[in-house]
Design a protein around this ligand. Structure first.
Ligand SMILES: NC(=O)c1ccc[n+]([C@@H]2O[C@H](COP(=O)([O-])OP(=O)(O)OC[C@H]3O[C@@H](n4cnc5c(N)ncnc54)[C@H](O)[C@@H]3O)[C@@H](O)[C@H]2O)c1
Length: 443
C-alpha cells in the first residue's frame, strides 16, 4: 500500500520512452477541412444534391405553396335568390363552403385546375356518385363518365333499375355498384353527386306513392346532406312535371307551374318540386354547390319496357303487333329527347358554373298521333292505333324553352326523333325477342 502511494521513481524513465507528436503547424488547421472537402469529389456530390432539391421544390404544384384553405380566409355569404345565378356571379362576392372545398381538391390535381402540375402527370379522374345509376338515364350517364376517365359509384335499390344496364362495367376498377335505398343515409367520399334515384314513369311512381315522395324528399335530403358533409357538387334531376298542366307555352324556367297538389301524380310532381326547394335551401343556407336540371321526355335504349311512358309503350306494342294505345284524342303534345343529348346536357350543367334550373329537352313538338305515325314508319306501317280515355292530370302540352341552356351551357339536342327512334327500336327488339338483327321479323 505504501509503495503505491510513495514510489515515483519510474516516472522519469517512462517519459523518456514516450512518442511525442510534432508540434502542430497553425496554418494546417485552416487548410485541412478545405482539403477534406476537395477530396473524393465531395463538392460534386454536394452540388448534385442541391440541384435535385431545387428541381423537386420547383416542380411541386403551386397549390402546395399556399395550403391555407380558402374557407378560413373567406366567410360564407348566402347566394342571392335568383334564377340562373352563377356561383361566383354577380351579386355574390363570396364562394360557398362546398364550392371552396370542391375547388381545393381541384387545385390538388383531382380536377383540371390549370395549376402547376408536374410534367407527365395526367389529370386524375373525379370520384362521382350516380344515384339511380342502374336505370335508363343513369346507366348512359355512367357510360360517359367512365369513358371520360372518372371513377363512378352507382347507388341503386333496383326498383326500376337493372344490373344488365351496367354489367359491361363489372370488373372495371373504376366502377362500383352499391345496392342501397337513398331513403337511408349513406357516407361516401366523392367529388360530385348526380342524384337521379326516383321512379320516373307513372306506372312505377304511382305503384307506391308514399315511397315515391319519400324518395324525392328524404332521399334528396340524404344526398344533399352528403354533399354538404364531403363538399361535393350536387346535381338534381328534376322534371318538366314541375310545370304540371302548364298555362304557359312553351315552358320557361321562370314559370312556376300549374300543379295539382292532391292528385295521383302529386307524389312525383310535388315530390320533385320539394326536392328542388331543398336543393336551393342547401345552396343558400349551407353553401352546397348545386345544379338543377328539369328533364323533359327522354327516350332511348335501356328504357323500361312497358313502363307506361308513351315512346316505350308505342314501340313495344308495335313490335309485338299490338295496337298502340293513345289516351284521349291524341292531340296532346310532347317533346322527345334522345338520351345521349340529355346526358351531354347534364354533364355540361354539372361542369359549368350555373345553378339553374335548366330545361333539358328537345323543343321539337309532336302530338301523340304524330308520334304513333313515326313509330309506324320505323317499325310497322300497318300498326294499329287504339284510343282510350285520358288519365287523370295528364298535361295537354309540354314543350321546353331551352334558350337558357343554349345561351349558358352552349347546349342543344342534336338527335332528331327519326334518327333516335331506330336505335331504341333495335334495343327493344333485342330485349323482347332476343334478336340482334335490325329489321328481323319477330312474328
Ligand atoms: N326519362 C325521362 O323521360 C325523365 C323525365 C324527367 C325526369 N327524369 C328524371 O331522371 C331520373 C332518372 O330517370 P329514368 O328515366 O332513368 O328512370 P329509371 O326508373 O329508369 O331510373 C331510376 C333509377 O332510380 C332507382 N331508384 C328508385 N328509387 C330509388 C331509391 N329509393 N333508392 C335508390 N335507387 C332508387 C331505380 O331503381 C332506377 O335505377 C329520375 O329522377 C327522373 O325523375 C326522367
Amino acid at each position: 500500500m505504501s509503495s503505491e502511494l510513495i514510489f515515483r521513481g519510474h516516472d522519469n524513465q517512462h517519459h523518456a520512452d514516450m512518442y511525442l507528436p510534432k508540434a502542430r503547424k497553425p496554418w494546417l488547421s485552416v487548410t485541412r477541412p478545405i482539403r477534406y472537402v476537395l477530396r473524393e469529389q465531395r463538392v460534386v456530390f454536394v452540388l448534385v444534391g442541391i440541384a435535385i432539391a431545387t428541381i423537386f421544390f420547383t416542380l411541386l404544384p403551386s397549390s402546395t405553396s399556399s395550403p391555407v384553405p380558402l374557407q378560413y380566409e373567406q366567410k360564407f355569404e348566402s347566394v342571392p335568390d335568383v334564377y340562373f345565378s352563377t356561383e361566383s356571379g354577380s351579386g355574390s362576392t363570396a364562394l360557398s363552403h362546398g364550392r371552396m372545398e370542391y375547388e381545393q381538391r381541384a387545385r390538388f390535381g383531382q380536377v383540371n385546375s390549370g395549376g402547376k402540375v408536374p410534367l407527365g402527370l395526367k389529370r386524375k379522374g373525379l370520384r362521382i356518385v350516380v344515384t339511380g345509376g342502374a336505370g335508363f338515364v343513369g346507366s348512359h350517364l355512367v357510360d360517359r363518365l367512365i369513358s371520360r376517365g372518372d371513377s363512378v359509384i352507382v347507388v341503386d335499390n333496383f326498383f326500376t333499375g337493372r344490373k344488365e344496364n351496367l354489367m359491361h362495367h363489372f370488373g372495371n376498377p373504376r366502377f362500383e355498384l352499391i345496392r342501397h335505398d337513398v331513403v337511408e343515409p349513406l357516407l361516401l367520399e366523392v367529388d360530385q353527386i348526380y342524384h337521379l334515384a326516383c321512379p320516373a314513369s307513372p306506372v312505377h311512381y304511382k305503384f307506391n306513392p308514399v315511397k315515391t315522395i319519400k324518395t324525392n324528399v328524404v332521399g334528396t335530403l340524404n344526398m344533399l346532406g352528403l354533399a354538404k358533409r364531403v363538399g361535393a357538387r350536387f346535381l338534381l334531376t328534376s322534371t318538366s312535371e314541375v310545370y304540371g298542366d302548364p298555362l304557359q307555352h312553351p315552358q320557361v324556367e321562370t314559370y312556376w307551374g300549374n300543379v295539382n297538389p292532391i292528385g295521383v301524380r302529386s307524389c312525383y310532381d310535388e315530390g320533385k318540386r320539394t326536392a328542388e326547394t331543398l336543393t336551393m335551401d342547401y345552396h343558400r343556407g349551407a353553401g352546397v354547390a348545386v345544379r338543377i336540371a328539369r328533364i323533359f321526355n327522354t327516350y332511348g335504349p335501356r328504357m323500361c319496357i312497358d313502363d307506361g311512358r308513351v315512346v316505350s309503350n308505342f314501340v313495344a306494342q308495335a313490335l309485338r303487333k299490338e295496337p298502340m294505345t293513345v289516351y284521349g284524342d291524341g292531340k296532346q303534345t310532347r317533346s322527345f329527347q334522345y338520351v345521349s343529348d340529355l346526358v351531354e346536357g347534364l354533364m355540361r350543367l354539372m361542369e359549368g358554373e350555373h345553378v339553374g334550373p335548366f330545361n333539358l329537352g328537345n323543343p321539337g313538338e309532336f302530338t301523340m298521333l304524330e308520334l304513333a305515325q313515326v313509330v309506324q314508319e320505323t317499325i310497322d306501317p300497318n300498326a294499329k292505333i287504339e284510343f282510350r280515355p285520358n288519365t287523370e292530370d295528364d298535361p295537354h302540352k309540354r314543350k321546353p324553352d331551352i334558350s337558357r341552356a343554349k345561351e349558358l351551357l352552349d347546349w342543344e339536342p342534336t338527335i332528331s326523333l327519326r334518327k333516335g327512334l331506330p336505335l331504341m327500336v333495335s334495343d327493344f327488339r333485342q330485349r323482347i325477342f332476343g334478336d340482334h338483327k335490325d329489321g328481323a321479323n319477330p312474328a
